[in-house]
Design a protein around this ligand. Structure first.
Ligand code: C5P
Ligand code: C5P
Ligand code: ZN
Length: 451
């Protein structure tokens, strides 16, 4: 890891932002990492008294760039996106000052008005060493220290982009974690790694956990009974559900022990118990990332930004609708098994209009972790003027499969645009090429698989 090199580059890339007196237009990705990156940029530009606005988008596709080229601004700032679309940025924003802070693998040539901060340029892998929010933080820290209290957002972004391995961070993420801990912006505690620490009733957290496999975990009433036997209440006096965050350390320990005993695990409990990272809002990183994701996918990214910057403290109304949508879409998949095609190499969820394009990535991630056995999964959903694709590969395929390359190769044949990381990539295809795309993916996977 060469953090010094990245910081030196950040100093250079921060210059045009420091000097800009005209209008700045900031563009960020609408997922959790992108919202964290955008929030850090927003806070920094505000502290610097810049004239700016910000928007969150699904993807920096050609059509988006055409639209953005009509925005009147002197400097365009891209965070958590941009590095994969250098050629199109140069083409559609000629003569403009461009600043990019991103962790996607750079694609295309640089030019003189481009100020490009990307971890890969310093030999740091954007897949799991630093998030888009992390790169944005490293850039903005050169301009103002007012963003330092928000350093924990870099790790929310990293958790949102699935950068933790065995529950732990590495490399630049780890450095940022130390910084966050020293500023009291993150508290590390040993505890249960159960998703939904402060947002799910414990019995539901047990029921729907990917990490914990209790013999009775598909039965809600048995989960409740399990907790009652341990003397753990499921409801508070005010009729709210009890969450893991409400338990005393002693209760949590007791629960952890009971879970380990009941899951029949004899070694490696790391997935169940380990370091849990708590941010100042009292949320655990991954659940906060999920809250932000729900804002983005529901078209309310600005609410996510406000949540990140403490301007609001709840997005319950958005999350409720989001959860309902996810449940509906998962229901569709279970009721229409013909949507799912499985080969010896991968599974393809061909959803057509049944699943909104904003949700196909989230749905395929959930299915890949639960319902689908294949180590490689793709989701395809109709979108405006084309098909949105999301691909996910299991962590065990690290170093064996590069989905970004596989998708990019397929797109060369079918038309469209693609990119991403080795284990998570995506694309936008022209209409009508779903079968051709799948055939192209199959051709490539057959050469290296089955997995
Ligand atoms: O554009 P960006 O890199 O921020 O998007 C990464 C997306 O891929 C995230 O939405 C994340 O949920 C997903 N992902 C995943 N599994 C991985 C890595 C990323 O589902 N191993
Ligand atoms: O949209 P999804 O979560 O599936 O994206 C997975 C990864 O693929 C992200 O890093 C995203 O930025 C990238 N992607 C891309 N081009 C697209 C769609 C997704 O580079 N058209
Ligand atoms: Zn990202």
């Amino acid at each position: 890891m060469d953090l010094k090199k990245l910081e030196l580059l950040a100093e250079k890339v921060s210059e045009p932002l420091k000097n800009e007196t005209g209008k700045i237009h900031a563009v960020s990705h609408f997922d959790a990492d992108g919202i964290c990156a955008g929030s850090i940029a927003y806070q920094a530009l505000k502290a610097l008294g810049k004239d700016f606005d910000i928007e969150f988008i699904k993807q920096l596709e050609e059509d988006e760039l055409k639209r953005i080229s009509l925005v009147e601004a002197d400097l365009f700032l891209f965070t958590d996106l941009g590095s994969g679309q250098l050629d199109n940025i140069q083409r559609y924003l000629p003569g403009k000052t461009i600043v990019i802070a991103d962790h996607h693998e750079p694609q295309g040539e640089e030019w003189d008005k481009l100020y490009h901060l990307n971890c890969h340029l310093a030999g740091i892998d954007g897949k799991d060493e630093v998030s888009g929010a992390g790169v944005t933080y490293i850039l903005m820290k050169h301009l103002t220290k007012e963003i330092c209290p928000y350093v924990y957002l870099t790790l929310v972004g990293a958790a949102g982009d699935v950068q933790k391995n065995n529950g732990e961070f590495k490399s630049v993420n780890n450095e940022l974690l130390s910084e966050a801990v020293s500023l009291d912006a993150i508290t590390i505690k040993k505890g249960l790694r159960l998703f939904g620490r402060s947002t799910r009733p414990i019995h539901m957290a047990l029921r729907y956990s990917n990490e914990i496999d209790l013999p009775f975990s598909d039965d809600e009433s048995k989960c409740i009974a399990f907790l009652s036997n341990l003397g753990i209440p499921i409801m508070k006096n005010n009729n709210d559900w009890v969450t893991l965050a409400d338990l005393t350390d002693e209760q949590e320990k007791k629960l952890a022990t009971a879970i380990i005993l009941n899951s029949g695990i004899t070694s490696n409990c790391n997935n169940i118990v380990g370091n849990v990272f708590i941010i100042p809002t009292k949320h655990e990183l991954r659940e906060f990332a999920t809250m932000l994701n729900s804002c983005g996918r529901m078209g309310s990214s600005m609410e996510g930004l406000k949540l990140c910057l403490g301007m609001i403290d709840s997005i319950d109304h958005i999350q409720k609708k989001y959860k309902r949508k996810i449940a509906t879409y998962l229901g569709f998949v279970k009721n229409k098994p013909e949507m799912l095609r499985t080969t010896e190499n991968a599974s393809y969820l061909v959803a057509g209009d049944a699943i909104e394009d904003n949700f196909i990535g989230t749905i395929i991630s959930i299915l890949a972790n639960s319902y689908i056995d294949s180590k490689i999964c793709f989701g395809l959903a109709n979108s405006v003027n084309g098909i949105k694709v999301s691909g996910r590969a299991d962590k065990s395929l690290e170093g064996k499969v590069n989905l970004k390359e596989i998708v990019s190769n397929a797109v060369e044949v079918t038309g469209g645009e693609g990119g991403g990381h080795s284990l998570a990539s995506g694309a936008k295809l022209p209409p009508g090429v779903a079968d051709a795309f799948i055939a192209e993916i199959e051709k490539q996977l057959s050469e290296i698989g089955p997995f």
